[in-house]
Design a protein around this ligand. Sequence first.
Ligand SMILES: Nc1ncnc2c1ncn2[C@@H]1O[C@H](COP(=O)(O)OP(=O)(O)OP(=O)(O)O)[C@@H](O)[C@H]1O
Ligand SMILES: [Mg+2]
Length: 215
Amino acid sequence: MTLITLSDPRSPVSEAYRTLRTNLSFSSLDEPIRTLVITSPTPDEGKSTTIANLAVTMAQGGRKTVLVDCDLRRPSLHAFFNCQPEPGLTNLLLEKDSEPALQETEVEDLFLLSSGPLPPNPADLLGSKRMDQIIRKLKDVADIVLFDAPPVIAVTDATILGAKVDGVLLVISAGRTKREHAQRAKDMLEKAKVRIVGAALTNAPKDSSIGGYYD
Ligand SMILES: Nc1ncnc2c1ncn2[C@@H]1O[C@H](COP(=O)(O)OP(=O)(O)OP(=O)(O)O)[C@@H](O)[C@H]1O
Ligand SMILES: [Mg+2]
C-alpha cells in the first residue's frame, strides 16, 4: 500500500492531509492534542489510510510521532510502512514490564507500534489499566501518539479507547457512510463522554475550482 504523502507530497491530496494536521492543532489552543484515536461508523471508510498519512505529515512537521495499531481485529498499518505485524501492542499488554517494540519507518521521527498477535478479547485489553500505563509510556517518548481503531458501531473498542485519549477524529466517507450511521456513531461516542475533535471526509469528489493553480 502506498502513502500519497510520501509518494506525491506536493499533490492536492497531500495538501489536504496537511490541512487536517493544521486544523487539529487549532482545535484546542489551550492544551495541544497529544493522543488521538481515529474511527468511523462502519468498515472500509478510510480510517487507516487517513491516520497513516496524518502521522507522516505530523512527523514531517518535526514532531516525534508514534502510530499505534489498535485495530486488533483487522490490523493494517504495518503494510503501509513495510513493517512487521508483530511484536506489537498485544505483546505489551500481555507481557508485563516489556518495552514497546517501536519499529522505525522510512520517515524520520515516525515510529510504528504494530498490533501484535490478534487476541480473542480486544475490547477487554484496550479497556485495561495496563493500556493506561502504555499510553502514558508512549506519551513519555513521543510528542504525539496516534491510534488506529476498529469501526465504532459494530464493536466497542474505539469507544473504550476514545475515553482514554485527548480526542477522537471521526472519518466519514462521502457517498458511502449513511447519515443514520454517522449520527449513531457520534451519539455512541458522546454517550461515553468521548471528545470528538472533528470529522475527516474521505472519498470526496474532486473540486477543480479550488487550488488548481497550486497543482
Ligand atoms: N481519502 C480517501 N478517498 C478515497 N478513498 C480512500 C480514502 N482513504 C482511503 N480510501 C480507500 O478506502 C479503502 C479503505 O481504506 P482503509 O483500509 O484505510 O479503511 P479503514 O476504514 O481503515 O478499513 P477497516 O474498517 O477495514 O479498518 C481503501 O481502498 C482505500 O484506498
Ligand atoms: Mg483500518
